[in-house]
Design a protein around this ligand. Structure first.
Ligand code: FAD
Length: 354
């Protein structure tokens, strides 16, 4: 039976999810190669809406989570529900010469207890990674919203305290933390918390999103010695007032930001599956005389795995972003809503029973 307090928390969680859902465009996974997201949204609005409502339905969630086919489908994009499974999946990547950054999947944090639980999940994960002797190759990625940033009142302080505890544990384990970047309303707050954290943990990684108009300037600020900066295109639905909208404009902005980071003194982390951007990075590294250990590529777990291995085999540092956790349902269904190819993969798995 659900108690009154739990019902209120559940209601708040639903409201929080609904607010954030409206703002989400392509949370983490890629747009299709042959079909732009804009085209897909215009051509298949009903399908997309259906999938997005599926991501909110606890009844369908219950069914999908128990379907015999689910595990194999989930396993393509999510490295397990528990930390042990995630560490085992990550071990397989590390054995192939890849690096990794683990992300504990969560939905909206609307109570301080959830933020504390997320912090504790990271502390446990870091201990497991240290015990497995993997922290030279594996770091963690943290969303500040998951550790309390959006809580009313002193949310930023809660998030900073939790992020500090995670950074401390990462240091003790021999690794680092990168702060994921979320929608533009959080950018100043996230960069502010990054600055605070870097006073004690200068190796804390930042993320900048090429689609934001401000990013080239942020790159200049952050391209200093010792500064680890992940550059991605950006995954949220943002207004024209703050972000480039078209694919070509975003790609152009990515190249400008990349130029700044590669010419600077920091450690650029090039997070993209885009083959053109990978080639441009290699060319810029040649031109600027950057050694292969002075920057790295990053891609998502399950996306272009052969390219990940190819780059690693060429001596490039290649880090895989590895999400795990039992909140995979919403993550997975949103991946399908974003990319028809992911849905086809799911349906094929259902048809062939995995
Ligand atoms: C490691 C990592 C961390 C990230 N962290 C954040 C973050 O903190 N905040 C945030 O807002 N966003 C983050 N993102 C998401 C990012 O912003 C983009 O939404 C996402 O990576 C898609 O952009 P893309 O650069 O891969 O290019 P896209 O425009 O999606 O794809 C470009 C090209 O890549 C190729 N490609 C893409 N997918 C495939 C595929 N499955 N198979 C074959 N080719 C493919 C195709 O040639 C395609 O045309 C992260 C992405 C990565 C990889």
């Amino acid at each position: 039976m659900i108690t009154g307090g739990c019902q209120a928390l559940h209601r708040e969680q639903e409201q929080g999810r609904a607010r954030r859902r409206g703002n989400l465009r392509v949370n983490l996974l890629t747009r299709p190669d042959d079909l732009s997201l804009g085209y897909y949204q215009e051509a298949f609005p009903v399908l997309r809406q259906l999938l997005l409502s599926m991501s909110r339905s606890s009844r369908i969630r219950h069914l999908v989570e128990r379907a015999p086919v689910s595990r194999s489908v989930v396993a393509r994009f999510v490295a397990g529900t528990g930390a042990e499974e995630a560490v085992a999946s990550t071990r397989a990547l590390v054995d192939k010469g890849l690096l990794a950054s683990l992300d504990h999947l969560g939905e909206d944090t609307v109570a301080v207890e959830q933020a504390t639980a997320t912090r504790d999940a990271y502390l446990r994960l870091l201990q497991l990674l240290a015990d497995a002797g993997m922290t030279r190759a594996v770091e963690v990625s943290v969303k500040l919203s998951a550790v309390g940033q959006a809580l009313p009142g002193d949310g930023e302080k809660v998030a900073l305290d939790n992020a500090r505890a995670i950074a401390q544990a990462a240091r003790a384990a021999g690794t680092t933390v990168t702060l994921d970047m979320e929608d533009h309303t959080t950018t100043d707050s996230t960069l502010g918390i990054l600055r605070e954290l870097r006073q004690d943990f200068p190796d804390t990684g930042a993320v900048l999103q090429a689609y934001l108009h401000r990013t080239e300037a942020d790159c200049r600020d952050l391209a200093h010695a010792g500064s680890r900066v992940r550059l991605c295109k950006g995954a949220y639905k943002e207004p024209e007032s703050v972000a480039f909208q078209g694919r070509h404009d975003v790609d152009g902005a990515y190249v400008r930001a990349l130029n700044v980071l590669m010419a600077g003194d920091g450690y650029p982390m090039i997070a993209t599956h885009d083959p053109r951007l990978v080639s441009i990075t290699e060319e810029l590294a040649r031109r600027t005389g950057r050694a292969k250990d002075s920057y790295e590529f990053q891609m998502l777990y399950g996306i272009r795995p052969h390219e990940q291995e190819r780059l690693a085999a060429q001596g490039q540092r290649m880090r895989v972003y590895v999400p795990y956790g039992d909140e995979w349902y919403g993550y997975l269904v949103r991946r399908m809503a974003e990319r028809p190819a992911n849905l086809a993969f799911f349906l094929r798995a259902v048809a062939t029973k995995g």
